[in-house]
Ligand binder design. Structure first.
Ligand code: OAD
Length: 249
């Protein structure tokens, strides 16, 4: 459970950042990568979510992402996603930075989102100069035949608009995240093992800037000792409670 100090600091905050990882979607049924119950060990992402795998067999990588989209499509946001969406309405300056590609924050209603690792429901043309560079599937109508799909404008291969292992983040998304972290006076970091950079450094950067940093994770992480407060509860429980305590739900 969080302290009254954590609640009061949130009520007085003027600029809030929420940083999320796979754990925030765990209560929606989305498997995490690491931690208790994580699928990292059996997870085939390390072999398929790479530029090399796509170059070698784009069809197989497309089949892998189509499978992940099929698994994700029926899943819904959980109370933790909705609490974050409600929190946004309480602050003039609010940014959600997520490492998740499952789109559940957007479905829950959050508007100001930085998708550090992309979005599994978006694709992009592999031709950097193509004017139809990034496409989104709002209607979930994913092209499944022929695979791999090609860009209608330039015939180049389309690829998932997600960050693969060994790839750089989108500079604009990273810039937006760093600006928000520098500006914030309250940062909630929820559902991340803090194992992957640059997201893992953001809570510490906010803390050094004087922000109150609240971690929400059932398990301790490497950054837990450096947080203003670490709450070892599921985000679907802790975040609605925090919202209730600070703003009456
Ligand atoms: P991880 O799977 O590494 O960590 C998930 C964290 O969520 C763990 O620390 C769990 O303890 C915690 N957790 C589990 N259930 C939770 C719950 N109900 N509420 C709150 N926390 C819970 O996932 P990430 O930290 O997001 O990158 O992983 C970061 C990145 O590593 C991913 O974005 C992915 C992967 O490589 C790319 O694909 C580029």
């Amino acid at each position: 459970m969080f302290s009254q100090r954590a609640v009061d600091a949130l009520k007085e905050a003027e600029s809030v950042v929420v940083l999320t990882g796979a754990g925030v979607s765990a209560e929606s049924g989305v498997p995490t990568f690491r931690g208790a119950g994580g699928l990292w060990r059996e997870y085939s992402a390390t072999s398929l979510a790479t530029p090399e795998a796509f170059r070698a067999d784009p069809r197989l990588v497309w089949e892998f992402y189509n499978y992940r989209r099929e698994v994700l499509a029926p899943l819904a946001p959980n109370p933790g996603h909705y609490a974050i969406a409600s929190l946004e309405d309480s602050f003039a300056r609010f940014t959600l930075i997520t490492q998740n590609i499952d789109n559940l924050h957007r479905v829950a209603g959050t508007r100001e989102i930085v998708e550090l690792h992309g979005n599994i429901w978006r694709v992009r043309c592999t031709n950097l100069g193509c004017e139809r560079y990034t496409l989104a599937w709002e209607n979930r109508d994913v092209p499944i035949d022929p695979l791999p799909p090609r860009c209608e404008a330039c015939e180049s291969l389309l690829r998932p608009h997600v960050v693969w292992f060994g790839e750089m983040l989108d500079p604009e998304q990273l810039r937006r995240a760093l600006v928000a972290v520098d500006d914030c006076d309250y940062l909630i970091v929820a559902g991340t093992s803090a194992a992957v950079q640059p997201a893992a450094s953001m809570p510490m950067t906010a803390s050094r800037g004087g922000a109150f940093v609240l971690e929400v994770n059932p398990e301790p992480t490497d950054i837990s000792p450096y947080m203003s407060e670490a709450v070892q509860e599921p985000s679907g429980v802790a975040l609605p409670r925090l919202l209730e305590a600070a703003f009456g739900g």
